[in-house]
Design a protein around this ligand. Structure first.
Ligand code: NAD
Length: 309
């Protein structure tokens, strides 16, 4: 029987699929295994099912003589040295598609939370400040007929654009690989600097690659409106964290809403966490019950396909 190391307690539906055909070693902790623990548990494994927070690089693979397949429980796979796995003939799977709508929903949830300052309002009520509210307290930004700029127009970017239609938003996209003749009605393809300077909301939907690393840097913030709101559900390192802090602190942009950060997690004393005009979540854009079940099934099926090929 093939041995499979699963680096976290993924939903039961995925574990049950694997348990029918494999001997499972499921990491019991909430926190990821340390590097030493990963090395220890990967040693006898024929298959590895891992998460974004597990860095699978050359060194880890050197300790996995029997490994035949890696299945990532995520759409991205920037945590895995795919080239090193390929050199060893190890296929790498991911879970694209099934988390598109949950992630698009969450991008919109963050966008609206930042636009209408929901977390600030919540904090203020809990702090007993209700009585001090006046007509100019906690003023936010309208979505209706505002301009939304989407950087990356793949599955999730397109799903966000669908939602924006319901708010009658003008949608600009920047995605050099997207064929402009396939653009849906009401969506306009523009150069990056046009998107940055004209958008009221900017939402990131690109993978993390050498080209997108720090795509949103000090120069990009300089081009944004002072009222702009940045939403990042893509990857933390698409944004230069130091430049973001400066832009938020100095009022260069109005606010930001992040599901992903660089590093992840941010240290508890990170200056970003002291800013009122930041909404932050712990990388949970795909975390709906139904979506996580679908990801678990897909990741398990990918792993079994790799073992049985
Ligand atoms: P996708 O591959 O369907 O779309 C990505 C799009 O980005 C493509 O259309 C591509 O042409 C475009 N792109 C690539 N490089 C670009 C660049 N330099 N400038 C502009 N556009 C560029 O992927 P997807 O399913 O839409 O997911 C997008 C990303 O979202 C994933 O790679 C992942 O990193 C992230 N994600 C995060 C979460 C989360 O939990 N926060 C969940 C799912 C996906």
């Amino acid at each position: 029987m093939n041995k499979v190391f699963v680096t976290r307690q993924i939903p039961d539906i995925g574990l049950e699929l694997l348990a029918r055909e494999c001997q499972l070693d499921v990491w019991p902790g909430e926190l990821p295994p340390s590097r030493a623990e990963l090395i220890e548990h990967i040693q006898p494994a024929d298959g590895l099912l891992c998460l974004l927070s597990d860095r699978i690089d050359e060194e880890i693979l050197q300790h996995a003589p029997s490994l035949k397949v890696i299945s990532n429980y995520a759409v991205g796979f920037d945590n895995i040295d795919v080239a090193a796995a390929t050199r060893r003939g190890i296929p790498v799977g991911n879970t694209p598609g099934v988390l598109t709508h949950a992630t698009a929903d969450f991008a919109f949830a963050l966008l609206m939370a930042a636009a209408r300052r929901v977390p600030e309002a919540d904090r203020s009520v809990r702090a007993g400040q209700w009585k001090t509210w006046g007509p100019k307290t906690l003023l936010g930004a309208d979505l209706y007929q505002a301009t939304l700029g989407l950087i990356g127009f793949g599955r999730i970017g397109q799903a966000v654009a669908q939602r924006a239609r319901g708010f009658d938003m003008r949608v600009l996209v920047y995605d050099p690989s997207f064929n402009p003749s396939d653009l849906p009605a009401g969506v306009q393809s523009v150069a990056l600097d046009v998107l940055l300077s004209q958008s009221d909301f900017i939402s990131l939907h690109v993978p993390l690659t050498p080209q997108t690393h720090h795509l949103i840097n000090a120069r990009a913030f300089e081009q944004m409106k002072p009222t702009a709101i940045l939403v990042n559900t893509a990857r933390g390192a698409v944004v230069d964290t130091a430049a973001l802090y400066h832009a938020l602190k100095s009022g260069q942009i109005a606010s930001a809403a992040l599901d992903v950060t660089d590093p992840e997690p941010l240290p508890a004393d990170h200056p970003l966490l002291g800013l009122e005009n930041l909404v932050i979540a712990p990388h949970i854009a795909s975390a709906s019950t139904a979506t996580r079940d679908k990801m678990a099934v897909m990741a398990a099926e990918n792993l079994l396909a790799g073992l049985n090929q």
